[in-house]
Design a protein around this ligand. Sequence first.
Ligand code: 5AD
Ligand code: FES
Length: 351
Amino acid sequence: MDLQIYELIEKLHTTHSLEKNEYLALIEAINDETVEELARLATEVREKIYGRDVFVRGLVEISNRCKNNCLYCGIRRDNNNIHRYFLTPEQILSCVQQGYSLGFRTFVLQGGEDRYYTDELLSSLIDIIKKKHPDCAVTLSLGERGYESFKNLKEAGADRYLLRHETADPVHYSKLHPKEMSYESRMSSLYELRALGYQVGCGFMVGSPYQTPSELAADLKFIEKFKPDMCGIGPFIPHKDTEFRDRPAGDAVLTCYLLSIIRLMIPDILLPATTALATADRKGRERGLLSGANVLMPNLSPVAVRKDYALYDDKVCTGDESAACVECLKTRVASVGYKIVTERGDRKGFL
Ligand code: 5AD
Ligand code: FES
């Protein structure tokens, strides 16, 4: 390995910080040897903090109705080619109940920006879940709802919020989103969530259209500065009903390489091996775990609606019952020497 790259890896490992141009150099130095070395250090760091435990989050995709029109996303407002659905509170509670029996202690309510879910409705839902299962965490992933709403939902008992920043470069942001969406608003939402006391997750797609190593370096520098509790990254995968349909998918190896870098940057971060990674590479979840990830987010949504929550094409696990999915994951996790645990899985040191 190039001495300069070796020193950069060492610097990241010991100081958890690099200059933006150093992140760029590291990204550009991707090869079999650097991939392996970063993964080795990342899994070592992860095991020191979290052992061989893998945290699971039960994902409930509550609605695919969305008022936004992100250019890359299959459930964007202008896609008239999909069947829209939303889950009733009763359906959501039944997914949670089933998930609890399967050993989940964190539930992620994720959906498009759907006005059906008012603060009142969500608050009562969160309240019911938390009263019924005081040992569980509730994570929300419902887009940019605004400060008041974030505040109401926090007061109702929500613990965590996932809102990917998508890209830390404003020009790149404007190429991926319609004019009415803004980089500033996305970023200020993240800081608001943090100020309200949520455990906050940001994240981005690897290989999104117009992304170059320089945008990725900006993402890494932003993550270093923001210090999120969680970070969701997965390869971009084209969706047939979007203008990016002919763009190439993001690379699974690069995604894993970035997971390792993020693990070294923020040693106790909660880092999922995402469904998009599993879609781009059938061994993606296992490879993610072996690159420093420590979280999996299997789907608990009713099988009848899973196909409809298609942010991208060929998403995996859309036909499996939750119980079958959990069994499959247990086997996969065991195959790389890790084990799924039944606990909330907070960031070490957060509580
Ligand atoms: N490929 C991969 N990920 C996508 N997302 C949206 N569309 C795609 C796609 N085509 C991601 C975005 C969003 C999250 C919910 O899913 O990063 O924040
Ligand atoms: Fe924005 Fe789906 S329309 S992520």
